[in-house]
Design a protein around this ligand. Structure first.
Ligand SMILES: [Zn+2]
Ligand SMILES: [Zn+2]
Length: 360
């Protein structure tokens, strides 16, 4: 991404060897996530130029000095957070909230580039990984080793969408069996919030979106009811479906102040609104302060499904093996890297559950 709000460019770059505690990974597949597009639009702000992609899996080619626990040939999922393992948040097993690394966005942990273009300019890596590249040099701590028998294009999806959506339901909200759940936004992450609600044995799962095709995906992933918010007020519709009370849990998976407030409005008193979507870095929302107290509603942020990558990602793959988690059905279409702008357009048009870039 050389310029915000312009088509992205596919080109050959020079890649440095891995330094200490870094690993060279050959990418097998990269999911196309809305957050990649959010970097292009500047909603998630990176300086240009940046190599995109934060949902991927691959095979280790080479390890740098001091790398322990990984060797060439290992199959890995890329995690999009770096964590130290020693700070208070890490000790509390909230590794995705580790605050240790005060490195500007997109640089490796020593504050330098590994990618350079033909003019010699450094290129940042989204989330220090950049899965939309044939090869990546990444910090060792961003790797999750997985059993080699898994399909890497399926495993790639666990790197963001599956973990973020399922984790929001199981880890962040801890939805109980028999609950009523609403999910606003049924793209790749929202569909996984829906299948998280199925795993949690929610009794009623109401999908809200404005695209009929995405609502059909939602039904296939376990939604019991669908609400088209282009045709009806979603807050009223969800209340009607729950005897006027509102749902126990609402998940906002868009990142829009308006739908965040809708999520808050559609939960019952003492219910939980969980915000998963990544809003524009400068946007804000407001809710009535007095009613916040008198309704005892909970408003919770959920980042990366409150996951521990090395614990939760292998678990999710195991659920897939047991037939309890849908991964095959998530992949609507494969793309070559050269088709990335088309993949973004299809995502914006709501054509895919998930699009996946596959590398040779
Ligand atoms: Zn993502
Ligand atoms: Zn830490």
């Amino acid at each position: 991404m050389y310029e915000h709000n312009q088509p992205v460019v596919v080109e050959e770059l020079e890649l440095d060897d891995p330094k200490e505690n870094e690993v060279l990974v050959r990418t097998a597949a990269s999911g196309v996530c809305h957050s990649d597009l959010s970097v292009v639009t500047g909603t998630i702000y990176y300086d240009a130029a940046v190599a995109l992609g934060h949902e991927g899996a691959g095979v280790i080619e080479h390890v740098g000095r001091n790398v322990t626990g990984f060797q060439p040939g290992d199959t890995v999922i890329l995690s999009f957070v770096s964590y130290c393992g020693n700070c208070r948040m890490c000790q509390m097993e909230r590794v995705c909230l580790c605050q240790t690394y005060d490195v500007p966005r997109g640089f490796l942990l020593d504050g330098t580039y590994r990618l350079h273009n033909s003019s010699g300019d450094g290129i940042l890596q989204m989330a220090r990984i950049a899965t939309m590249s044939e090869y990546m040099v990444v910090p060792e701590q961003n790797l999750v080793k997985i059993d080699p028998h898994y399909s890497l294009e399926k495993a790639a999806l666990v790197g963001c969408g599956v973990t973020t959506g399922v984790g929001a339901v199981l880890n962040t909200a801890k939805v109980e069996p028999g609950s009523t759940v609403a999910v606003i936004g049924t793209g790749g992450v929202g569909l996984n919030a829906i299948q998280g609600a199925v795993l949690a044995q929610a009794e009623r799962i109401i999908a809200v979106d404005i695209a009929e095709k995405k609502l059909n995906f939602a039904k296939n992933f376990g939604a019991t009811d669908v609400v088209n918010a282009a045709e009806t007020d979603p807050v009223e519709a969800v209340r009607e479906l729950t005897d006027g009370l509102g749902v126990d849990y609402a998940f906002e998976v868009i990142g829009n102040p308006k739908t965040i407030v809708q999520a808050y409005d559609m939960v019952r008193p003492a219910g939980s609104a969980v915000i998963v979507g990544i809003a524009h870095h400068a946007s804000e929302f407001s809710i009535p302060a007095q009613r916040f107290v008198s309704s005892e509603k909970r408003l919770i942020g959920s980042f990366y499904g409150s996951c521990q990558p090395r614990v939760d990602m292998p678990k999710l793959l195991n659920l897939y093996t047991e037939g309890k988690l849908k991964l095959d059905e998530l992949i609507s279409r494969h793309y070559r890297l050269e088709q990335i702008n088309e993949a973004f357009a299809d995502m914006e048009a709501g054509e895919n559950a998930r699009g996946v870039i596959v590398f040779n």
